[in-house]
Design a protein around this ligand. Sequence first.
Ligand code: ADP
Ligand code: MG
Length: 408
Amino acid sequence: MRAASLFRERFGGEPDGVWLAPGRANLMGEHTDYNDGFVLPFALGQGVTAAAGIAAGSGSPGGRRLTLCSRQEPDTVVEVPLDGLAPGQVTGWAAYPAGVAWALEAAGYPVPDACVAIDSDLPVGAGLSSSAALECATELALTALAGCDVPRADLVTIARRAENEFVGVPTGVMDQSASLRCQAGHALLLDCRSLELAQVPFDPGAAGAALLLVNTRARHSLSDGEYGRRRAECEEAARRLGVPSLRSITDPAEVERLDDPVLRRRARHVVADDQRVLEVVALLRSLPGSSGSPGAAAGSSAAAAGSAGAAGAYGEIGRLLSQAHASLRDDFEVSWPEADVAVEAALAAGAAGARMIGGGFGGSVLALAPSASLDAVRDAITSAFAERAWTAPEFLSATPADAARRLV
Ligand code: ADP
Ligand code: MG
């Protein structure tokens, strides 16, 4: 419990509690969120922990403050005055937790004079949503300290508002939804138009498969400007097709009506990726043990048939992952060399499929492989990076885990 020991070191005394919020990987549906489409994230075992307590001397005349430190930012303790807090007043990493305090108060939830110590085992800026994990861990801590019971759907909105309006990053609703609403052994199907969500059983291990995350450690400076440009291109494509958003297009042939070749490629990716999310969901729901499927019936032959079916379904999901990567690389043009090389090396070493995840131009790759091939996949990617004299990649295991919760 390293967040709790940091709390003791920095603030003295015991925290009132410790909360954990996970990072996430997105199985399918990239750049679909702001097109009102579908995404399918799952929570990771890795996340951000917040050890928090009401500040000693709380209620004294100096006004309420949030006092923050992070093991990943060892040289700073940041004090944020809470009275009159407004966007623009806090910069750097503390803007995320401060933004949560601001958005909670704007939503009518009081924030107490509190000390919060942060620790994390998520790589930062690797597309695994350390920012939302930081927000959500802080949010659970502050609402619990205040004795407020806030519905999870509202916590999602509040944390997103912190990131969009206080930090100033125009992200969609996926990251906070994943951190706050996922369930272990499931992926979360999120309809970004209606905000409806559904839990989809997702247990690759039961089918002899495993997920591997590869932090390519690359971040290309293009990322911010290009993200805005893609959003604008998608809006323009929808406008020319006469629909409110690209989500409304379900027949891929319709996209071919666009005269502009760039807009056509962008729309082709979004429409196809929405379809791929639904295909992955249908495959997962067809598996034994999933509700609506025949179930993992007793008896060895039924179980064997079930696991053969599962292997087939995971092979198909792998194929869709690789297809999505090609679409992000060629049609949406947001991949980066390290991701392309990691995907190729993974496939050559026996992975069922792999793709870049996140907005693009840096971050991580998600690979799905038979468990027996995992070491070979890791070795192949390590060698491919070494041959090019690139910084060695970082590997993380990815097991669909539970949403944010109190630990202590
Ligand atoms: P991602 O969410 O993909 O990891 P972002 O750029 O959205 O990348 O968010 C990363 C930012 O979140 C960091 O630059 C930092 O400001 C903040 N952050 C994340 N984790 C921590 C942490 N453990 N301590 C302090 N700040 C953190
Ligand atoms: Mg982020």
